[in-house]
Design a protein around this ligand. Structure first.
Ligand code: PHB
Length: 362
């Protein structure tokens, strides 16, 4: 039976173990330019013993931003910043992919170019908060405007440019963020999509944008270096669908055409409860490629899921914030450092790069 510490191939990605670092928003890019910096490079390099690092959600365009101090991948300064990160991770022996993000309606006019309304599938506001820069505070999301049909090719080009930039920055691959109630899930789910054009109505229309974006991404990267993250059961970002089994079943069936590196599944409500084992198993069974499980895993549960074949690898979020050497700790059964939620979002090195490694803790 496979263990968490056995190597695995996810498409073209070769992992020395099955412990993946989940993408984690930390709000510590350089203000003003939203570019990664030396501190971010140190943070990722500290965690390079993970089988795979999935870098934090990264906006593909200024319009794709929804929180203060999250990084982008659309400017030269951002490509330079991410290059520092990938070089540090590779220098430490690690592998890192970039998660490509557009928040859609989960944003605020003060974060948008020209103070404009955020964009979405339809003009339906989310009952959700975002963190804005001026003044630094939580704020209700702004009411979005519906993207016009004629704007969608430009949106797809924004994804393509981001994919090209990620390649230039030296990543090992990319992950398409189609989860957690952000733009692509706003198109996919019927609670947020009231469109009457070819991107609305039946699921084949609502899924069209995700698949066209994947077409663009796989024109830049070989499909074995492209993953995707889905969250069929999440309520995050006020997202809802009347029939998640049918909606996500359709999408996963279409994903099988691409030969992607992996499907990364949030197996419940993000950061909260799990869907039922039978719902998760039914969804997983639809995908013919490698599967990364995520949402509230500990070492024991992850070992069990990998041993049973229910997952090929497991992504850990919060445990990786507080334990740069999580792989060693899980391997040796050492205790985990507790995380400090007050330093999860924003700030500097404290609560970011100063969590102790095992030898230091002992
Ligand atoms: C967040 O910034 O809180 C956030 C970002 C991306 C996610 C989930 C949460 O997928």
């Amino acid at each position: 039976m496979p263990t968490l510490f056995d190597p695995i191939h996810l498409g073209e990605l070769q992992l020395p173990n099955r412990i993946v670092m989940a993408p984690l928003t930390r709000d510590r890019a350089t203000p003003g330019v939203d570019a990664p910096n030396a501190l971010n490079a140190e943070y990722y390099a500290q965690r390079a013993t993970a089988g795979l690092l999935i870098a934090e959600a990264t906006q593909i365009s200024p319009e794709g931003k929804g929180y203060a101090w999250t990084p982008g991948i659309y400017s030269d300064a951002q490509v330079e910043g991410w290059t520092q990160v990938t070089q540090a991770v590779h220098g430490a022996g690690g592998r890192i992919v970039l998660q490509l993000w557009h928040v859609g309606r989960i944003s605020h006019t003060s974060l948008q170019p020209g103070g404009a309304a955020p964009v979405s599938a339809s003009a339906i506001p989310a009952k959700a908060k975002v963190f804005i820069e001026n003044p630094p505070s939580f704020a209700d999301t702004s009411t979005p405007r519906a993207l016009e049909l004629g704007e969608i090719p430009r949106l797809i080009e924004d994804y393509r440019r981001a994919a090209t930039n990620a390649k230039a920055a030296g990543f090992d691959g990319i992950e398409l963020h189609a989860a957690n109630g952000y733009l692509l899930q706003q198109f996919l789910c019927d609670g947020t999509n009231r469109r009457t054009d070819e991107y609305g109505g039946p699921v084949a229309n609502r899924a069209r944008l995700i698949l066209q974006v994947l077409d663009a991404l796989t024109s830049v990267w070989e499909p074995g270096r492209v993953g995707i993250r889905l969250s069929p059961w999440t309520k995050f970002g006020d997202i809802s669908d009347s029939d998640p089994a049918a909606t996500f079943g359709y999408v996963i069936g279409e994903l099988n055409r691409y030969g992607l590196a992996y499907l990364h599944m949030i197996e419940g409500d993000t950061g909260a409860g799990r869907a039922s084992d039978s719902e998760i198993a039914a969804m997983r069974a639809l995908f013919i490629g490698p599967y990364i499980a995520n949402n509230g895993y500990d070492g024991a549960m992850a070992s069990e899921r990998v041993a049973s074949g229910a997952a090929d690898a497991v992504a850990f979020g919060r445990p990786f914030i507080a334990n740069p050497d999580l792989v060693l700790r899980l391997r040796t059964g050492a205790p985990l450092n507790p995380g400090d939620p007050s330093t999860y979002y924003g700030g500097g090195a404290h609560g970011y790069t100063d969590y102790p490694f095992l030898a230091q803790a002992a």
